[in-house]
Design a binder for this molecule. Structure first.
Ligand code: ADP
Length: 633
C-alpha cells in the first residue's frame, strides 16, 4: 500500500471485513434501523473524547464548543447523513478504524462462526458491528472527517460500496469532526421520512447526553432552516429513577455496551458523602467475544460531573470485567490524566464501593431471580471464580455466589451453592467435600466418589482450570473446611465407622507383603502404596498427599509458560475386595505380577482422565491379558 496521502487511493479491505459485511447484511436485515444507533453512538463517543481532550487544550474546540450531532436526509439524492463536531480522525486513523476490524475478540468471533445462518446471526449480534451496519441499508457510504486541531486542508474522504475495497482521498473540510453519508439502497425509503427518523432517534438515543438535532419541518414536510433537538439530551443516570422506564435503561445499555441484546440486570445508585458519585451499571446477558483477552478494550465508563473521562477495563477488578455502564463522580478533579487517575485514592474508594454494589446486584439476582442468575452463571461464572483468588476482602460474599456441579444431581449443571450443600450435610459431617477432575465425565465417574456414594455424602464436582486455584484460596466457608476427596487420608471425621476401621486394619496386615512387592514394581512413580478405604467397585486409584501439586495443576502451569514445581508423587491405593487385586495375593509368576500392577496403575491414571506416559505399553499388556483369557475359554 502506498503511503502517498495527496491523491485518491483504492485500498482492499482486510479479508475479515468482507466476510463480516456479507454476514451482517443478511443477519441483521430484520433489525436494520440499528445502524442509526451505531452511528449516533460513535458520534457521541467522538464528541465526548473531544470534550475531555479540550480540558487540557482548549484550542481543539476551534471556537466551536457546542458539541452536537446532526441528522439530515435528502429525498432527491436518497441520502441520510449523521454528522458530529467531535474529535474526528486523521487519515491513518480512518484506515485503521474503518478499513480493518481492530476490535478485540475478532479472531474468536470468526472462529466461532458456523456457516449456519441462524446461529451466526446470533453471534454477529453479540460481536457488535458498529459503523459497518450502515451497509445494511446503504449501497455506498461516504465518510468525511477532520481531526480536531488539524488544518482544514487535512480533511479525509473515505468511500466504499462495501464490496471488498474502499477509496480514500484528501479533502478540504472547514468544520472539524465526522460526517457519515449513507446512499440508501433501493427500497429503504423509510429512512427518508422525517417522522420515522425522529421516532427511531427518540427510541434509541433519547438518553444520549448530547443534543441530536434535525431541521424543523413545516406542515407539508418542507424543511425549515431552524433546527430542533430531538432527544432529551440529558444524561440518563442523573435523572431520578422513577422518571426512567425499563425501556430507557435497556436502550442506554445497548448504547454504552455496544450490545444488541438486552442486559440481564442493572443497578442505579447515588452515593452521598465526602466522595459523591452516581453509578449505573449493568450485567450483560451474554459473554462478549473479548472476555478472555488479556487486554480487553471495553469496560465501565468514567465521567466526572457529566464529562466523559475514559472507558477503562481496569475500573472494575478483573473478575468483574464483564460489567458495563457508567460511574459519574462529583469529587474527582476534571483536569487529570489517565495515569494520575489510576493512582487516585478517591477513585480507589469509588472502585471499592462499586464492587460492593455489583456484588449486591448479583446477590439480589441469586435470591430473587434464580433463572437470571443461572444465565449469569453460565456466561460469567468462570470469571467470577477469579474473585475468590483476587479479592480477599469480598471472598465470603463471592463464595456465597458460587455454583457447583454436585453428586446430588445427575446432570453437569452448576447449580449447587455452598449454602445448599451445607443445608444437606449429614449429621456429624464437618467438612465440605469436593473433587477437582479433568473434565465432567472424569469427575462424575471418579473412583474417589465410591465411598461417598455408598454413604450418601454429597461431593461438589469441579473441572474448570480455574478451579485448582479456587480451592487453593477457598479453604473454608461459613466455618466449615473444604476438603478434597482425592488428597490425603480419607477423613470422614465423625461419619467414619469404627467397625469398618478395625476390619480394614486386619486386612492391611494380610496385604503387607503384597504391598511391599507392588512398591518395588512401581518404584519412584509413587510415594506410597496403600490399601484403600475409599474404593468400592474400582480396583485402584491415585491419591495426592494433602498439600501436593496435582498433575493437572502441573500441566496448567507448564502450558501457561510458568516453570512451576513438578507434580508431587501420588499415593497408589488398591481395593482389597476387588478380584484383580485379590489375584495379586496369589502365587503368580513375577512378570505376570508386574504386568498386573502396571495395568492397575495405568487404569487409575486413565480413570482420572489423565495421560499415560507410555500408552503403547499399556495397550500391549492389556492385549496380552485379553489373549490369555481367550486362550482359557
Ligand atoms: P466501535 O465503535 O465498536 O469501536 P465502529 O466500527 O463503529 O466500532 O468504529 C470503529 C472506530 O472508528 C471507533 O472506535 C472510532 O475510533 C472510529 N470512529 C467511528 N465513528 C467515528 C466518529 N464519528 N468520529 C470519530 N471516530 C469515529
Amino acid at each position: 500500500m502506498s503511503t502517498d496521502s495527496t491523491s485518491k487511493q483504492t485500498i482492499g479491505f482486510q479479508a475479515e471485513v468482507k466476510q463480516l459485511l456479507q454476514l451482517m447484511i443478511h443477519s441483521l436485515y430484520s433489525n436494520k434501523e440499528i445502524f442509526l444507533r451505531e452511528l449516533i453512538s460513535n458520534a457521541a463517543d467522538a464528541a465526548e473524547k473531544l470534550r475531555f481532550q479540550s480540558l487540557s487544550d482548549e484550542t481543539l474546540l476551534e471556537g466551536d464548543s457546542e458539541l452536537k450531532i446532526r441528522v439530515a436526509y435528502d429525498k432527491a439524492a436518497r441520502t441520510l447523513t449523521v454528522s458530529d463536531n467531535g474529535i474526528g480522525m486523521s487519515r491513518s486513523e480512518v484506515i485503521d478504524n474503518i478499513g480493518t476490524i481492530a476490535r478485540s475478540g475478532t479472531r474468536q468471533f470468526f472462529e466461532a462462526l458456523t456457516g449456519d445462518a441462524a446461529k451466526d446471526s446470533q453471534l454477529i449480534g453479540q460481536f457488535g458491528v458498529g459503523f459497518y451496519s450502515s451497509f445494511i441499508v446503504a449501497d455506498r457510504v461516504t465518510l468525511e472527517t477532520r481531526k480536531a486541531g488539524s488544518p482544514s486542508s487535512e480533511g479525509v474522504r473515505w468511500e466504499s460500496a462495501g464490496e471488498g475495497e474502499f477509496t480514500i482521498e484528501p479533502i478540504e473540510k472547514p468544520g472539524r469532526g465526522t460526517s457519515v453519508t449513507l446512499h440508501l439502497r433501493e427500497g429503504e425509503d423509510e429512512f427518508l421520512d422525517g417522522f420515522r427518523l425522529r421516532q427511531i432517534i427518540k427510541k434509541f438515543s433519547d438518553h444520549i447526553a448530547l443534543p441530536i438535532v434535525m431541521k424543523k419541518e413545516g406542515q407539508d414536510g418542507q424543511k425549515l432552516e431552524e433546527e430542533e433537538v430531538i432527544n432529551s439530551a440529558s444524561a440518563l443516570w442523573v435523572r431520578s429513577k422513577d422518571e426512567i422506564s425499563e425501556q430507557d435503561y435497556e436502550e442506554f445499555y445497548k448504547h454504552v455496551a455496544h450490545d444488541f441484546q438486552p442486559p440481564l440486570a442493572h443497578v442505579h445508585s447515588r452515593v452521598e458523602g465526602t466522595n459523591e458519585y452516581t453509578l449505573l451499571l449493568y450485567i450483560p446477558s451474554h459473554a462478549p467475544f473479548d472476555l478472555w483477552d488479556r487486554e480487553p478494550q471495553h469496560g465501565v465508563k468514567l465521567y466526572v460531573r457529566r464529562v466523559f473521562i475514559m472507558e477503562d477495563p481496569k475500573l472494575m477488578p478483573r473478575y468483574l470485567r464483564f460489567v458495563r455502564g457508567v460511574i459519574d463522580s462529583d469529587s474527582l478533579p476534571l483536569n487529570v490524566s489517565r495515569e494520575i487517575l489510576q493512582e487516585n485514592k478517591a477513585l480507589d474508594r469509588i472502585r471499592a464501593g462499586t464492587v460492593k454494589k455489583v456484588l449486591g446486584l448479583l446477590e439480589d439476582l441469586a435470591r430473587n431471580h434464580p433463572e437470571k442468575f443461572a444465565t449469569f452463571w453460565q456466561a460469567f461464572g468462570t470469571v467470577l471464580k477469579e474473585g475468590i483468588i483476587e479479592d480477599s476482602q469480598n471472598r465470603d460474599r463471592i463464595a456465597r455466589l458460587l455454583r457447583f456441579a454436585s453428586t446430588s444431581n445427575e446432570s453437569e449443571a452448576q447449580n449447587v451453592s455452598l449454602d445448599d450443600y451445607i443445608s444437606r450435610m449429614k449429621d456429624g459431617q464437618e467438612k465440605i467435600y469436593y473433587l477437582v477432575a479433568e473434565n465432567p465425565q472424569a469427575a462424575k465417574n471418579s473412583p474417589h466418589l465410591e465411598i461417598f456414594r455408598e454413604k450418601d455424602i454429597e461431593v461438589l464436582l469441579l473441572w474448570e482450570p480455574v478451579d485448582e486455584w479456587l480451592v487453593a484460596h477457598l479453604t473454608e466457608f461459613d466455618g466449615r473446611p473444604l476438603q478434597s476427596i482425592a488428597k490425603g487420608e480419607l477423613d470422614l471425621g465423625k461419619l467414619s465407622d469404627e467397625g469398618e476401621k478395625k476390619a480394614h486394619e486386619l486386612v492391611e496386615q494380610t496385604f503387607a507383603a503384597t504391598i511391599e512387592k507392588i512398591k518395588r514394581v512401581l518404584g519412584d512413580k509413587v510415594a506410597e502404596v496403600k490399601l484403600s478405604q475409599r474404593l468400592k467397585d474400582s480396583p485402584a486409584c491415585l491419591v495426592l498427599d494433602a498439600y501436593g501439586l496435582s498433575r493437572r495443576m502441573e500441566s496448567i502451569l507448564k502450558s501457561s509458560g510458568q516453570p512451576g514445581l513438578p507434580a508431587s508423587k501420588p499415593i497408589f491405593e488398591i481395593n482389597a475386595k476387588h478380584a484383580l487385586v485379590k489375584q495379586l495375593q496369589d502365587e503368580i509368576d513375577a512378570s505376570r505380577f508386574e504386568d498386573m500392577v502396571w495395568l492397575l496403575y495405568d487404569q487409575a491414571i486413565l480413570a482420572e482422565g489423565g495421560q499415560l506416559d507410555n500408552p503403547a505399553a499399556f495397550v500391549k499388556r492389556l492385549n496380552q491379558f485379553l489373549q490369555q483369557s481367550l486362550g482359557k475359554d
